[in-house]
Design a binder for this molecule. Structure first.
Ligand code: FES
Length: 271
């Protein structure tokens, strides 16, 4: 049989990840890294700004609402705006209450397998895209500090579940309109969609799928785990979509609550 020859001369020892040129791709491979850098940078800048604001994170009884920003829930200090507290207060914390809790959702996202792929590519060019040369001459994997810390992703996943329960509780509380009864406002829907997207992001997590269906030799002897694994697998295939949708929406939820709390927007009652 005739040998099949490659049209591309690949020289071992050239640029890591491919031939001795930056890339042979002539499509717009750079678009995805640019979009990733733009969205993640915007999110980090906005969320840092919002976390330090320490105001306009809650719309309470004076406006007949019960809406709290996800960046500030649970609000754990004795300086929380009246009505926004979690029923348990830490005394002596004079900074923004958001700074007490953001490490958990932040750690969950930072150690997420999908985000790791995205930001390694977009920020560190390691490599920036398939069949594009790596921006670095060496590769040490995730074997050293700080990247080795990504191994705690499973524990951030557990913490993320706790936050999902709390934010779902906030969404249910958003049906409450103090002084008026119960009803649905735009804010109620915003908090509901936010909680749903965060659940979709968590349940589609690779660690979640492995916890539910991994390490099993025969599914026939673990029928319940098999059912859960079957349910989670299609969600897992959409993890990237849920990662972006939930990231953007959690920021938009904070924006919405902030605009209502500061009087720029009115939270319209739907029924
Ligand atoms: S892999 Fe993305 S949240 Fe776990």
């Amino acid at each position: 049989m005739a040998a099949i020859e490659s049209a591309t001369q690949v020289r071992l020892g050239g640029v890591r990840g491919g031939p001795d040129v930056a890339t042979l791709r002539n499509d717009r491979w750079w678009l995805q890294p640019v979009v990733t850098v733009s969205i993640l940078t915007a999110f980090v800048v906005y969320s840092t700004w919002a976390a330090f604001q320490n105001q306009n994170y809650y719309v309470g009884a004076a406006a007949h609402r019960d809406l709290i920003s996800p960046f500030y829930s649970p609000c754990l200090t004795n300086t929380c705006v009246p009505g926004s507290g979690a029923g348990f207060a830490i005394h002596g914390w004079s900074w923004s209450p958001a700074l007490l809790i953001l490490i958990f959702p932040l750690g969950f996202r930072l150690s997420c397998y999908y985000y790791r792929r995205s930001y390694y590519r977009a920020f560190w060019w390691s490599p920036p895209a398939c069949a594009v040369a790596d921006g670095h001459g060496a590769y040490s994997g995730e074997t050293k500090f700080p990247l080795v810390m990504h191994n705690v992703h499973r524990y951030f996943f557990y913490a993320g579940l706790v936050f999902n329960v709390l934010l779902t509780y906030d969404a249910i509380r958003a049906f409450r309109q103090p002084g008026l009864g119960w009803g649905v406002t735009v804010g109620t829907l915003v908090l509901l969609v936010n909680a749903a997207l965060l659940w979709a992001y968590s349940l589609s997590c690779h660690a979640c799928r492995h916890l539910c269906g991994g390490g099993v030799k025969t599914f026939s002897q673990h029928k319940t785990r098999y059912k859960v694994w079957k349910f989670l697998t299609p969600l897992n295939a959409k993890h990237m979509n849920f990662a972006w949708a939930s990231l953007i929406f959690v920021a938009l939820t904070d924006v919405y609550v902030r605009l209502v709390a500061s009087g720029v927007l009115t939270d319209y009652k739907l029924f």
